[in-house]
Design a protein around this ligand. Structure first.
Ligand code: NAD
Length: 438
């Protein structure tokens, strides 16, 4: 199959590279020439474990190439994927579809022969039909079908998720399009995974429902965690106790500083907006959005309390600022709420993150960036763990405590044991959802 991937961001680059690894001939398109220049030079513009090797091999073997020239990539393609961004539209929470629609029109003018135009971006219900209308309007002669193929990969584990998905969802309206999509994903069939072939609207809805459900699960345990703190329960124990129930499952039950990232915040807002537009308010999702904001604010209070009521003049070492480990993505990371609040409160903040600095420097003004947790801890009045990178999971707590002026820790990912922290010399240790019995 010949595939054009329009939009070479986290999703487009991983999907395009993996499709080429299946044996398809893939051209990745981006309108950002700097990105394409980097990729042509064999450099990967994002941090995603394993991507550089896979990309280098498939480029070398001639199945994967990069261009800014959309028309040449689309010419003769069996399928053109749209994987451009759909950020929140300013003001109303709706997904901004301007990039998708602009790409659709550009693709329309370049179509030659029968092509399936596949939307991989997360888009509100009805968008694939709008894409079809836009293509037909821009090029009435075009022979095409549209397909919805939402993506479920997680940043940080994107290649494995793409290669070993729990399921692939495909929304189509014609057998011809279904056949092309089946051919594209055929290499995965050997691994016996389910492919959900459905209509366009259901496919679009599946993506929002999945993300909203996961965001709800995280927010649920965060709210339970707040109550645990008051009543003397341990949210980790509670999560384990409920997660072993197969109907609930153990995943997405880790209490923490609130969800962030490039998907959950914008997709919950978009779903809430879709509900409002159709007079079916998504009350649970609306509450999740509100509670998640409160969770992040509660983390600020925790740190302030740890510093005896004020961070003014305090030295605070922050470990981890990306929205989760193994990515450089800073979009809507909890750190973007918590760190500016500390800086605004007069704290002197030092930050360590294995990959966050490139994006984070512009987003977190007024902080000092360091490479090493022990250096960051020197003379500090508090240590805050915000992202659970492996590099922060097995620190020498005694060494940290000795380096600090006031050994106090806010472990907002619950990675350390309170007893171990105290035994190592921390005079105060707070986590999320771990109360002390009254
Ligand atoms: P991104 O911002 O990393 O990448 C989008 C890319 O598209 C950019 O490089 C941009 O330059 C390019 N672009 C925009 N308009 C273009 C055009 N007309 N022609 C060519 N290139 C164009 O975005 P992302 O994180 O990869 O997300 C893309 C979509 O996938 C979004 O809808 C998102 O919700 C969805 N999604 C993302 C993830 C994730 O983990 N990031 C997971 C599942 C789904």
């Amino acid at each position: 199959m010949r595939i054009a991937m329009v939009g070479t961001g986290y999703v487009g680059l991983v999907s395009g590279t993996c499709f080429s690894d299946f044996g398809h001939e893939v051209v990745c398109v981006d309108r950002d020439p700097a990105k394409i220049d980097m990729l042509r030079a064999g450099k990967v513009p994002i941090y995603e474990p394993g991507l550089d090797e896979l990309l280098a091999r498939n480029s070398r073997e001639g199945r994967l190439s990069f261009t800014t020239d959309l028309a040449s990539a689309v010419d003769g393609a069996d399928a053109v994927f749209i994987a451009v961004g759909t950020p929140t539209r300013r003001g109303d929470g709706h997904a901004d579809l301007s990039y998708v629609m602009a790409a659709a029109e550009e693709i329309a003018r370049a179509l030659t022969g029968y092509t399936v135009v596949v939307t991989k971006s997360t888009v509100p219900v009805g968008t694939n039909r709008k894409v079809a209308e836009a293509i037909a309007r821009a090029n009435p002669e075009a022979e095409f079908d549209v397909a919805s193929n939402p993506e479920f990969l997680r940043e940080g584990a994107a290649i494995d998720d793409f290669m070993r998905p729990d399921r692939v969802v495909v929304g189509v309206e014609s057998d011809r399009a279904a056949k092309v999509m089946a051919e594209i994903y055929r290499p995965l069939y050997l691994r016996d995974f389910p492919i959900v072939t459905t209509d366009l609207e259901s496919a679009e809805m599946i993506k929002y429902a999945a993300n909203a459900f996961l965001a709800t699960k995280i927010t649920f345990i965060n709210e339970i965690a707040a109550l645990c703190e008051r009543v003397g329960a341990d949210a980790k124990e509670v999560a384990r106790g409920i997660g072993l129930d197969n109907r609930i499952g153990p995943k997405f039950l880790h209490a923490g500083p609130g969800f962030g990232g490039s998907c959950f915040p914008k997709d919950t807002r978009a779903l809430a907006r879709i509900g409002q537009e159709h007079a079916v308010p998504m009350q649970i999702v609306e509450t999740v959005i509100k509670v998640n904001d409160e969770v992040k604010r509660r983390m600020i209070d925790k740190i302030v309390d740890l510093c005896d009521g004020s961070v003014n003049g305090r030295r605070v070492a922050v470990l981890g600022v990306t929205f989760k480990p193994n990515t450089d993505d800073m979009r809507e990371a909890p750190s973007l709420t918590i760190v500016p609040a500390l800086v605004g409160g007069g704290a002197k903040v030092r930050v360590v993150d294995p990959q966050g600095r490139r994006e984070g420097e512009a987003l977190l003004p007024g902080v000092e960036w360091l490479d090493d947790p022990y250096t960051a801890a020197e003379g500090a009045d508090a240590l805050v763990i915000l992202t659970e990178w492996n590099a922060f999971r097995a620190l020498d707590l005694r060494r940290l405590a000795q380096a600090m002026a006031h050994p106090r820790m806010a472990d907002l990912r619950n990675i350390y044991d309170p007893e171990d922290a105290r035994a190592a010399g921390f005079e105060a240790y707070v986590a999320v959802g771990r109360g002390t019995a009254p």
